[in-house]
Design a binder for this molecule. Structure first.
Ligand code: PXP
Length: 257
């Protein structure tokens, strides 16, 4: 039995991405609102994982935030990172328990598309080996594309995160045909990953509306959610926002069993 691909007993864990709190802080150049405080509130609301992306241009999370997150949080941290020598060196120093390797383009608004594991196989495989040697659990953020899932399995990463952006956007647009099409692809991807012994996580673009569909899939182990959750927190507060997403996840998972 491979525990990585067994159905999650109480539904997927919730990873809260705090990047957008840092974006708001950086808009005025000071120290408020503090993403580390936001992470502590998220944990009080029931977040299982705190996710952040240290980008090459440091547009939101900064090096000092990573240091403070390491010092102040007991919770599992998930460090999203591009596959660059600078970032791999920083991760080696910070030694977060989890790393998610993502593509990164300078001008993009957010992570657009998945990592091309197949097209840069040696680079990704070597990064996976280097990070595993530091004790990090490595996940690869990829599209639900059979060739990418196959390459991810060959790279010896224990885990993938499937990009849910196109599905979530179709749900928000009320486009049922497109959401069904994207969902079928994600479903096939989860089955392929499980057969290859990979843990499957999912994330990007998920909202209160689209989250339950992913949470109802028994082999999805973690959902990583940022923008919609932080936006919801503006109206209800961080702890309540996390509770609302957790309630959606747990309800959908219970109904699916
Ligand atoms: N997962 C990964 C790998 C990401 O890069 C992001 C965006 O930083 C997310 C999940 C969260 O996406 P969103 O902010 O749209 O919820």
């Amino acid at each position: 039995m491979n525990p990585l691909v067994e159905p999650a007993p109480r539904g997927p864990l919730l990873g809260v991405n705090i990047d957008h709190v840092a974006t708001l802080r950086n808009a005025r150049g000071g120290s408020f609102p503090d993403p580390v405080q936001a992470a502590l509130h998220a944990l009080r609301g029931g977040a299982d994982i705190i996710t952040f992306h240290l980008r090459e241009d440091r547009r939101h999370i900064r090096d000092d935030d990573v240091r403070r997150l390491r010092e102040q949080l007991g919770a599992p941290l998930n460090f999203e990172s591009a596959v660059t020598p600078e970032m791999l060196d920083l991760i080696e120093q910070a030694r977060p328990p989890m790393v998610c390797l993502v593509p990164e383009r300078r001008q993009e608004l957010t992570t657009e598309g998945g990592l091309d594991v197949r097209g840069q196989f040696e680079r990704v495989r070597d990064a996976c080996a280097r990070l595993a040697a530091c004790g990090c659990r490595v996940s690869l953020f990829i599209e639900a594309d059979p060739a990418q899932i196959e390459a991810a399995a060959a790279s010896a990463a224990p885990c993938i995160e499937l990009h849910t952006g196109a599905f979530a956007n179709a749900v928000e647009a009320g486009d049922e045909a497109a959401s069904a099409r994207h969902l079928a692809r994600i479903r096939d991807g989860i089955a392929q990953a499980a057969a290859a012994g990979l843990q499957t996580n999912a994330g990007h673009g998920l909202t209160l509306q689209s989250t339950p569909t992913l949470a109802a899939m028994p082999r999805v182990r973690e959902l990583h959610i940022g923008h919609a959750l932080i936006g919801h927190a503006l109206f209800v507060g961080m702890e309540q926002a996390v509770r609302d997403f957790k309630a959606q996840i747990e309800r959908a998972a219970a109904q699916a069993r």
